[in-house]
Design a protein around this ligand. Structure first.
Ligand code: GLY
Length: 371
């Protein structure tokens, strides 16, 4: 396993990426101080077999390991399931030295992480992401939380894991659509921070798509390194730096909300969102058109959408998109704050994008005809 340090003073931790041997997790857990009194493994039915394997490799006596299953799906990030999880933690007699082990995608990581942040005023948790999206984004950086019916992720806490354990072999069985969805966030890192990484993605697209283990380790490693650098400099999203990770997300979150979170996977909505944001940057003359075309080409090679299909697009009004974008929690003082590229590997926060150009970039991508 390769290890990446996330340096956050007393909240520092390592992200382990690779193909672990059988004893490796137990030895990493043995190094934890103080030693965990108990491990509570939280998973959903899709990750049950991985959770059982992880539980057997934790290196604690069986009597000190509890398993808690959560229904799969975004609905589980709710106050109801959080309460259910708290009650199960109580039944498992989780104490302040216990560790929660979150095995799954972003939903399990966010929910179990928030339970860890609030149980006994905060206990340790280990992220064991099992999707590409979780390995490159949600398991790193300490954002935890649940949704309200009215808004996503509005209840939450920054609560850093004490370890991230990314076993790339779990990606072999990930459904193709979900795997590709994770690649949208990977492309995002190239655009916002690292032109060399963007080149790597272009030149290794085939081995990435065939899930060659070395290529997977490389894209997860480089994505996590980039995210770690941003989180180290702006852990609590106060200076504005961490907001660069939001590239394509203001448009993308609006697309997800207007399609009731049921049409697009997160990465698919972000791919369309990055295309809209990139188009806007081109029309504002902040970004060369050929760079935007390179971005679209790579997203398409990875099987990601860069516009909505005619049938979905015609049900979405540009006005509703703007309204949904205005509700984004990154906005302040009633202004639309967008992250737009200036070159591949660099983005800037922009709060004065002309609304007619924003509308045009949305309208151009609401149907199947080319822009
Ligand atoms: N996913 C964006 C962030 O962690 O800040």
């Amino acid at each position: 396993m390769q290890a990446i340090d996330v340096r956050l003073g007393p909240r520092s931790y390592q992200i382990h990426i690779g193909v672990p041997h059988k004893e490796q997790l137990a030895s990493a857990i043995r190094e934890m101080s103080p030693a965990p009194s108990k491990a509570i493994v939280v998973f959903d039915h899709r990750t049950e077999s991985i959770a059982e394997r992880i539980a057997s490799q934790i290196g604690l006596d069986k009597s000190r390991v509890s398993m808690i299953d959560i229904p799969s799906g975004e609905e589980s990030k709710s106050i109801l399931h959080l309460e259910h999880l708290w009650k199960r933690l109580s039944k498992a007699e989780a104490d302040r030295k216990s560790v929660i082990v979150a095995v799954g995608g972003g939903v399990i990581g966010d929910l179990a992480g928030f339970a860890a942040a609030t149980w006994n005023r905060g206990i340790r948790f280990i992220q064991v992401p099992t999707t590409l999206l979780a390995m490159v984004d949600s398991s790193v950086g300490g954002k935890t939380g649940i949704n309200l019916p009215e808004a996503k992720n509005v209840i939450g806490a920054f609560w850093q894991p004490c370890m991230v354990w990314s076993d790339v072999t779990t990606l072999a069985s990930l459904p193709t659509r979900e795997f590709r969805s994770g690649l949208a966030e990977v492309v995002k890192y190239g655009i916002i921070l690292d032109p060399g990484f963007f080149d790597y993605l272009e030149s290794h697209a085939t081995s990435i798509l065939t899930r060659d283990e070395n290529a997977l380790i490389e894209i997860i490693r480089r994505s996590c390194l980039l995210k770690a650098q941003v989180v180290q400099e702006d852990e609590l999203e106060t200076t504005g730096l961490r907001a660069v990770l939001n590239y394509g997300h203001t448009f993308g979150h609006a697309i997800e909300a207007l399609t009731d979170y049921g049409t697009f996977l997160h990465g698919e909505a972000i791919a369309i969102g990055m295309t809209m944001a990139g188009h806007l940057a081109v029309s504002m003359k902040r970004w060369p058109k050929d760079a935007w075309e390179r971005q679209s080409r790579l997203l398409e090679i990875f099987g990601l959408p860069t516009r909505m299909s005619e049938s979905i697009g015609k049900e979405i009004q540009v006005d509703s998109m703007i309204e949904a974008m205005m509700r984004d929690k990154k906005n302040a003082y009633g202004r639309l704050n967008l992250i737009l590229p200036t070159r591949i590997g660099q983005v800037e926060g922009v709060s004065d994008a002309p609304l007619d150009l924003v509308r045009q970039s949305i309208a151009e991508h609401l149907g199947s005809q080319s822009a």
